[in-house]
Design a protein around this ligand. Structure first.
Ligand SMILES: [Zn+2]
Length: 344
């Protein structure tokens, strides 16, 4: 089997991306806005604008074969990524520093379609790993973490997410204990690094001694591999129990609000999933669990609770389910800890 080393998965934004503007040639030692320890990090030293016209696809070579990409040396990108790096747990810092390059993609001018221009990528035949973040993430204010998860949910469903960002009684929605912009930037980085970790570690095939495969925990059918995974695409792999993202889309098409809410609530109340996104496929399941582990171990303002309340239903704390529960989400987090102790 030929392994495609590419995967694409995406974040988020509804915001219109700004047009690509040529940046000034920057000196990598002029990054005075970046506070220690981020200023000395390989992650920040390898921060570039994505060369125009580059869109990952299976078989495609490195984004910048001639080393002509322009260093990022301006805000809001630099300060924002420095704050994210400084807040990251040490194991995640090490992973960020291991990236060959991180790109800011200012090339997207296609409005809402800019939402799918963040990606993780390893060119075939290399061990070099890359991440690109859409500049649309910084268009206006960076969304807070609850806003970010709301946008992800809305993009996955192709319509307004029934669960609002933040929210207060009588309409609570997605409520993290800390709701920061830095958490959003870390979440996007962790999602894409999670994909790289999944593929580089061959985790869809790895049977951990005494633990089995990651996908054994929640998945029934697991033979359809998506090495090139575009945002939200379900391959046909199915979970052992419960609903998937496309079931909610079917519910939405039927127009029966009670059914939409009931099925959405089931995804959260079962304590099996880190998010709606995790139900898309087994790689997204790993990625979203990994992301949650990173966010709960931030060195400042860590995620200590993520309470999700579907309209008409009771609250479910996803972080509590992961850390203290006895269902699949807890088992998946334990699988990562036990089988890959070097991971966050
Ligand atoms: Zn993904």
């Amino acid at each position: 089997m030929i392994r495609s080393a590419l995967f694409l998965c995406a974040s988020v934004l509804m915001a219109v991306c700004s047009a690509c503007a040529p940046a000034n040639k920057a000196d990598r030692f002029d990054r005075v806005v970046c506070n220690s320890p981020a200023s000395g990090s390989m992650f920040i030293k390898n921060l570039y604008y994505l060369p125009t016209g580059y869109t990952p696809y299976p078989g495609l070579a490195t984004p910048d074969p001639n080393g002509n990409a322009t260093l990022v040396n301006e805000d809001p990108y630099l300060s924002s990524l420095c704050l994210a790096y400084n807040a990251a747990p040490s194991k995640f810092k090490a992973q960020l520093d291991g990236l060959k390059a991180t790109y800011i993609d200012k090339t997207c001018t296609a409005g809402a379609r800019c939402s799918s221009t963040s990606w993780g990528f390893r060119p075939p035949g290399t061990q070099d790993t890359y991440i690109a973040l859409s500049a649309g993430l910084w268009d206006g204010d960076v969304p807070t973490y609850s806003q970010f998860e709301y946008l992800v949910c809305s993009n996955l469903l192709g319509t307004t997410c029934p669960i609002p960002a933040g929210g207060t009684a009588p309409n609570p929605g997605i409520q993290p204990n800390a709701d920061t912009q830095t958490m959003t930037i870390v979440a996007v980085l962790a999602h894409e690094l999670g994909h790289l970790t999944w593929v580089v570690g061959n985790m869809e095939f790895y049977s951990c001694p005494g633990q089995g495969k990651f996908s054994d925990i929640s998945w029934n059918k697991t033979d359809l591999l998506q090495r090139y995974h575009q945002f939200g695409i379900q391959s046909g792999n199915t979970p052992k129990a419960g609903k998937q993202k496309n079931d909610i889309i079917t519910d939405i098409a039927s127009g029966v609000q009670n059914t939409i809410d009931k099925d959405l609530d089931q995804i959260y109340k079962d304590d099996n999933w880190a998010s709606l996104f995790a139900t898309v496929d087994m790689d997204e399941d790993f990625v979203e669990t990994y992301k949650l582990r990173v966010l709960t171990t931030l060195t400042s303002n860590p995620l200590k609770a993520l309470v999700v309340t579907v309209p008409q239903y009771g609250p479910h704390d996803i972080v509590d389910a992961m850390q203290n529960g006895n269902k699949d989400l807890h088992k998946k987090s334990q699988w990562i800890t036990t089988c890959f102790p070097s991971l966050p």
